[in-house]
Design a protein around this ligand. Sequence first.
Ligand SMILES: NC(=O)c1ccc[n+]([C@@H]2O[C@H](COP(=O)([O-])OP(=O)(O)OC[C@H]3O[C@@H](n4cnc5c(N)ncnc54)[C@H](OP(=O)(O)O)[C@@H]3O)[C@@H](O)[C@H]2O)c1
Length: 314
Amino acid sequence: MKLLDKAMDAAIAPGFSNIGYKCRKRAWEPITESLAGRTVVVTGATSGLGKAAALDLARLGADLVLVGRNPEKTQGVQSEISSTTGNESIRLEIADLSLMAEIRELADRLLAGGPIHVLINNAGTLFNDRSVTPEGIESTLATNLLGHFLLTNLLIPRLIESAPSRIINVASGGMYSQRISISNLQNDQGEYKGSAAYARTKRGQVILTEMWADQLKGAGVGVNSMHPGWADTPGVRHSLPGFYKVTKPFLRTAAEGADTIVWLAAADEAAGRSGLFWHDRQPRPTHKTKRTRENPEKRQELWDALSELSGWSG
Ligand SMILES: NC(=O)c1ccc[n+]([C@@H]2O[C@H](COP(=O)([O-])OP(=O)(O)OC[C@H]3O[C@@H](n4cnc5c(N)ncnc54)[C@H](OP(=O)(O)O)[C@@H]3O)[C@@H](O)[C@H]2O)c1
């Protein structure tokens, strides 16, 4: 099994597809841990992987906080999950996570409440055309990296108070193709390519995961990133129609893509693990080539640039 797993990882496509999921799943135990009494915040909970993860987390008995940007859609998902699982402890919070002002208000509301045991930074989008938010930040950066950076930093004190706790950053295997670029964080140099801009933000999430894991050593907060493989979600259908058409038969379901998110949030086996990049319940390498590596100075530059852009001074 280990050899097959490694071969699929090296060949990329089979491992990312539903073939990888089906082969690896044979070695897994079902997730049966109870999350009763554990508060789990899920961003991007209204669609695709976030919704699938929220459904499973509700089944495990979590006190859920679903974060969405569209009130009607978020309420619809809350009712659907509640009626499917019988879990009535599902709150919603509305925020556009590409806007730092809304993230600060969201964090204030969350911090006015009780403990937070799990934070799942899942919201993310691939923009095929470059755009800028009303706050003047390029939209890919704002949604996929800067917003996660600010929300997580604002909530870390509560995650420490609530320890043992976990932070899960939903990255992408696309990040294997890119190194971080501090000089082009706003994707304003050269021709804008949505997939490359997206992949650089995902690379950034993996770097931040390792930095937070170092900062939080001994605090009882595990910080991990993961990639779901290729899953059939509204996001993929809308942003990558050509890719979707070709790969459709091989895409995972949203629930299959979300399996490792739920496992990292709930499984006893994942407790105490930190600073790792996971796929299909196993830690995976964060680079496939030397070309994408960054040094500690670049990491610090990334942290400083994100702090300045988001107004984070902690
Ligand atoms: N599906 C895959 O194969 C795949 C592969 C690698 C990584 N991922 C990652 O998995 C995560 C989920 O993606 P998905 O495929 O499930 O896509 P999806 O179906 O488009 O779901 C994305 C979620 O993020 C939310 N969102 C986007 N922009 C937001 C904003 N500005 N403020 C608040 N919420 C926002 C969306 O809200 P609305 O419902 O309001 O649009 C939605 O709930 C993303 O981080 C993505 O990069 C997915």
